[in-house]
Design a protein around this ligand. Structure first.
Ligand SMILES: O=C(O)C1=C[C@@H](OP(=O)(O)O)[C@@H](O)[C@H](O)C1
Ligand SMILES: C=C(OP(=O)(O)O)C(=O)O
Length: 431
């Protein structure tokens, strides 16, 4: 898509219903495919990351039907692990929520697979997951650089027993192991070796597994015990809640330039850790109101904060651009793994914030942003990172036009982002 220039914006007001959660959509699709029974998925996200998982399921012989708007999906579960006769390549784009869980799931059952993706996926680590799977007997080969996709997997089944996994780079490795564990040959105890980042995503995993009939004994996120040789069972109908990371941009718009913005689809009943983003806005001075199914934010006098956002790494990027409008500096700490996501997000955020005129300190695992009286007009490079495109749209609440160079990259998780953003904002020129 061509570049998009946002003229200076004055206000944000209104209501938004947020599309389905990426994290939930891809977990539910995978477990629905493995489960016994038919699953009706309601409010599935329609985006690139979900399309990659659906394409993989098609190749793996999982029958499903999709509504014309791609938000309702009925999956006929296999009731067992994937079994395919011919070698195949699966292209998983840059979807971590497809690459990591499928790496574990394809060790089960029968088959010979190549797991491929875009160039950036080949720079995103997967070694800690492969190491854990190999302890359980998996046959996985690196086809490129050691520790990174592309991978070749020959299914061998997973043994069970006791396995250690590192969680200091990505929680998705533990998620992947957890979701495959019930189909292992024996009971499995997973021991988390060292720190576990992005911990609330593990709650999403355990919640979805429970909906498909599998309970996990969680010993304070340090050990997980799962019975082997189980079958996932379809819950019948399952509703995907709105995406809490996608909600962050609208909530921040309310905090910076409300009016009031209400986001439907997430709330106190949500399982996603990123709903805690609203607490950071409240800490900065915005007025936040909750119900079970919506969150509303009204503008307040925003102050800078010094916060550890390891638990909400995706929504944390939205705090970085919100910080431009606060009084006093904002420090976002303990986000080292920003460096191994869609791009090196610590470096990219620092570079793009500086283009607006902000004074920024980039640390190894933190960023400090000084707010600005006046923002400079800038062309924002997106680095093929949907969240950079989305969080920098907030810069248009300064007094200068902001050009997003590749707005189409929001398709990874939110193809209609800019149309939705426009629906709640008013240009300064017409205010
Ligand atoms: O499990 C998930 O659905 C996700 C976990 C997080 O990744 P890390 O655990 O790598 O931080 C998050 O950034 C990603 O967008 C989605
Ligand atoms: C890190 C992200 O994606 P992925 O699921 O590919 O890890 C993200 O959406 O910000």
């Amino acid at each position: 898509m061509d570049r998009l220039t946002l003229q200076p914006l004055a206000r944000a007001d209104g209501e938004v219903t947020i599309p389905g959660s990426k994290s939930l959509s891809n977990r539910i699709l995978l477990l629905a495919a493995l489960a016994e029974g038919t699953t009706d998925i309601v409010n599935l996200l329609d985006s690139d990351d979900i399309a990659r998982m659906l394409e993989a399921l098609t190749a793996l012989g999982v029958p499903y039907t999709l509504s014309s708007d791609k938000t309702q999906c009925t999956v006929t579960g296999l009731g067992q692990a994937f079994r395919t006769a011919d070698p195949m390549a699966l292209f998983l784009g840059n979807a971590g929520t497809a690459m990591r869980p499928l790496t574990a799931a394809l060790c089960l059952g029968e088959g010979d697979y190549r797991l491929e993706g875009i160039a950036r996926m080949y720079e995103r680590p997967i070694g800690d997951l492969v190491d854990a799977l190999r302890q359980l007997g998996a046959d996985i080969e690196y086809l490129g650089q050691e520790g990174f996709p592309p991978l070749r997997i020959k299914s061998t089944g997973l043994r069970g027993g006791r396995v250690a996994i590192k969680g200091n780079i990505s929680s998705q490795f533990l998620t992947a192991l957890l979701m495959s564990a019930p189909l292992a040959d024996n009971d499995l105890t997973i021991v988390v070796d060292g720190e576990l980042v992005s911990k609330p995503y593990i709650d999403i995993t355990l919640d979805v597994m429970a909906k498909f009939g599998v309970t996990v004994e969680n010993r304070d996120y340090q050990e997980f015990v799962i019975r082997g040789q189980q079958t996932y069972r379809s819950p019948g109908r399952i509703m995907v809640e709105g995406d809490a990371s996608s909600a962050s941009y609208f909530l921040a718009a309310g905090a910076i330039a409300g009016g009031t913005v209400r986001v439907h689809g997430i709330g106190t009943a949500s399982v996603q850790g990123d709903v805690k983003f609203a607490e950071v806005l409240a800490q900065m001075g915005a007025k936040v109101t909750y119900s079970d199914y919506w969150i509303e934010v009204t503008k307040g006098e925003l102050n800078g904060v010094d916060v550890d956002l390891n638990h909400i790494p995706d929504a944390a990027m939205t705090i970085a651009t919100t910080a431009l409008f606060a009084k006093g500096p904002t420090a976002i700490r303990n986000v080292y793994n920003w460096r191994v996501k869609e791009t090196d997000r610590l470096h990219a955020m620092a570079t793009e914030l500086r283009k607006l005129g902000a004074e920024v300190e980039e640390g190894n695992d933190y960023i400090v942003i000084q707010p600005l009286q006046t923002l400079k007009a800038a062309n924002i490079e997106t680095y093929d990172d949907h969240r950079i495109a989305m969080c920098f749209s907030l810069a248009a609440f300064g007094n200068a036009p902001i050009t997003i160079l590749d707005p189409g990259c929001t398709a990874k998780t939110f193809p209609t982002y800019f149309a939705t953003f426009r629906s709640i904002t008013t240009d300064a020129s017409v205010d």
